[in-house]
Design a protein around this ligand. Structure first.
Ligand code: GLN
Length: 194
């Protein structure tokens, strides 16, 4: 069983720990560099990306995490976590930085101008069965994705799920619903079987 860390600076850490456990991984909260260096994969939870950024700076994790992700650490980010995995950010707070890793431009709070939070089925490439019941909360969307990025899902044309190599990101929160297919996909990416 792979050991997957959930970045425990802020956000819905417990929900991801539980989802990973149900998806067949060992899961642990991580917030120190030595803990990060001992996991096979990392989940960056939903929450508030400006807070994640500020705390990552305060805990001296921004550059080390950038390097770990650029060096091939598998990572999955949901919502604020998707923002943190974006190489480029629009509508960030002044000076807001990300870990990067995925060659994409993400617009923060993108759906917010239309509707704050909503739930809708999203067809996700690579998942067997019905569309995924996706929960969006002040969600970002992917405005532009580079050639190496595989678009896995869209909501009304907007890109809301992507994969680039061993990096996975969703604008919605699969940790908040009982369907474990997205976490299972990430576990198989960490194992190298998907
Ligand atoms: N809008 C939040 C941000 O900028 C993300 C919201 C979420 O993770 N549910 O980080």
């Amino acid at each position: 069983m792979p050991l997957i860390g959930v970045l425990a600076l802020q956000g819905d850490v417990r929900e991801h720990l539980r989802a990973l456990d149900e998806a067949g991984a060992r899961a642990c909260p991580v917030r120190r560099l030595n803990e990060l260096e001992s996991v096979d994969g990392l989940v960056i939870p939903g929450g508030e990306s400006t807070t994640l950024w500020r705390l990552a700076v305060a805990f001296d994790l921004l550059d080390p995490l950038r390097k770990l992700i650029a060096g091939g650490l598998p990572a999955f980010g949901s919502c604020a976590g998707m923002i943190m995995l974006a190489d480029r950010l629009r509508d960030g707070a002044g000076g807001q930085q990300t870990f990067g890793g995925i060659d994409m431009t993400v617009r923060r709070n993108a759906f917010g101008r239309q509707v704050d939070s909503f739930e809708r089925p999203v067809g996700v490439a690579g998942l067997d069965g019905a569309p995924f019941h996706a929960v969006f909360i002040r969600a970002p969307w992917v405005e532009q994705a580079g050639p190496g990025v595989r678009v896995l899902g869209r909501d009304e044309g907007r890109i809301v799920a992507v994969r680039q190599g061993v990096l996975l990101a969703t604008a919605f929160h699969p940790e908040l619903t009982p369907d474990r297919r997205i976490h299972e996909l990430f576990v198989s990416m960490v194992k190298g079987t998907s």
